[in-house]
Write a protein that binds this ligand. Structure first.
Ligand code: UGA
Length: 433
């Protein structure tokens, strides 16, 4: 059954949610106060690179089922169900900054004249719904009835549209039958597994999921260190433990550490709220420590190979925190380049999508941005693979070898086979093998 839906926030989660709901047959208004972004979206252009998203935006605009606006009042008036999908960035102390959520909730309260279902889509600390309810009650000048629900999103950047339309599960945290019925109807077209919970559980499921996934990555990164010392191959170990269905193979790929706008900030926010509730979640601190250590270990590997980095040219392949996205937020590449520059290295970089965003980052101002991987290779003393873009897996390695000053490849994502690389004459090191 088609519904009128408003999504507030046109970031990764908000825009994907709005575009996918319109694809699912609903009528959607997407509100964002960033005028530049809305102007772009009205022309059918996505402000972020995300496979399939721009096509859905264009389709929604053409069918008239997706409208973009900066006016909150229009968004509130139009729909019974309003999703809050604004950013919850980290504060200095790791706590989630909920001021945008508060601002939206206040505005909804102020403009609503009849029943509304307000749904938390943004990642928020447990019990945020109580604050949302309080603030809406305070500003509810027409005394309109309302419900609050929590419907966390589990999409990954780079496969956001696919993840949204084919989720492992849909979590619906509610406290009324009416709210449950509305959300079940909205998600009905996906035929997905739905779990209905109370509001606190739904909020907690999101933080606990991200923390668990990050823990898996740090676990395998720690195991990769032991593998190197013991002569084991971490990929074989990951496969061996991943075959146990209780563990699973996914998220057991060692690398240069996790980044992005979700794991680092959500771990910090989860630790912070845990402390507030009286529990010191030390395990999560260790997950972050291992992650930081992984970047340093990667730089150390380059140093151990080249001895001295002062004056050497290091070519970096991949800047975004993962492939298929141009997102540079909390990308491990930024810290890695910073450490290498501190050692006196000259840096050349290439990324298939993230270079425009990377150019705006202060720490990357004096690096040389190249047109392709071969330009990076030319005259380099080492190539460091930081993001596992498909393009890098299919490089002409013979050409790369000829172009480099010395054929050293330090592969932070294990995209090449060590034996094959050695046979080709490269000094090659992967992670944990
Ligand atoms: C993550 C979660 O996977 C999503 O379910 C969640 O919805 C999202 O956060 C969010 O909270 O919004 P995302 O950050 O887009 O998604 O990307 P992931 O694919 O999870 O990768 C995160 C980081 O972990 C990347 O830097 C990636 O390179 C790294 N990673 C991932 C590894 O180092 N090893 C792995 O095996 C998997």
């Amino acid at each position: 059954m088609p519904h009128n839906i408003t999504v507030v926030g046109a970031g990764y989660v908000g825009l994907t949610t709005a575009a996918c709901f319109s694809k699912m047959g609903h009528k959607v208004v997407c509100v964002d106060k960033d005028e530049k972004k809305i102007k772009l979206l009205k022309k059918g252009k996505s402000p972020i690179y995300e496979p399939g998203l721009e096509e859905l935006v264009k389709e929604g605009l053409r069918k008239g089922s997706l409208v973009f606006t900066t006016e909150m009042e229009k968004g509130v008036k139009n729909s019974t169900v309003i999703f809050i999908a604004v950013g919850t960035p980290p504060k200095e102390n790791g706590e989630a900054d909920l001021s945008s959520v508060e601002d939206v909730a206040r505005n909804i309260g102020y403009h609503m004249k009849e029943y509304k279902l307000i749904v938390e889509k943004s990642t928020v600390p447990v019990r945020t719904y109580q604050w949302i309810r309080r603030i809406i009650q305070m500003y509810n000048k027409y005394n309109a009835p309302f419900d609050i629900a929590c419907n966390p999103e589990f999409l990954r950047e780079g496969s956001a549209v696919k993840d949204f339309l084919h989720p492992d599960r849909v979590i619906i945290g509610v406290e009324s039958e009416k709210a449950k019925k509305l959300l079940l109807e909205i998600y009905e077209p996906l035929h997905a597994k739905v779990l209905v919970t109370n509001l606190s559980s739904a909020e907690l499921i999101k933080h606990a999921s991200n923390a668990f996934l990050a823990m898996k990555i740090s676990f395998i990164n720690a195991v990769s260190v032991i593998c190197e010392k013991a002569g084991a191959d971490v990929l074989e170990v990951a496969e061996g433990i991943g075959l146990d269905r209780r563990i699973g193979r996914e998220f057991l790929n060692p690398g240069v550490g996790f980044g992005g706008f979700c794991f680092p900030k959500d771990l910090s926010a989860f630790m912070h709220i845990s402390k507030e509730l009286g529990y010191d979640f030390k395990l999560l601190q260790e997950v972050l420590n291992i992650n930081e250590g992984q970047k340093l270990r990667f730089v150390k590997k380059i140093k151990e190979t080249l001895w001295n980095l002062n004056g050497k040219t290091i070519g970096i392949l991949g800047l975004s925190f993962k492939p298929n996205t141009d997102d540079m937020r909390f990308a491990p590449s930024i810290d890695i380049i910073y450490y290498l520059k501190n050692e006196g290295a000259k840096i050349k970089v290439y990324d298939p999508q993230a270079m425009e965003k990377a150019k705006r980052i202060d720490a990357l101002k004096d690096v040389k941005f190249c047109k392709n991987p071969y330009e990076v290779a030319k005259g380099s003393d080492c190539i460091a693979i930081v993001t596992e873009w498909e393009e890098f897996k299919n490089l002409d390695l013979t050409k790369i070898k000829k172009l480099m000053r010395v054929p050293v490849i330090i592969d932070g994502r294990n995209i090449y086979e060590p034996e094959k690389m050695k046979k080709m004459g490269f000094f090659y090191k992967g992670i944990g093998r």
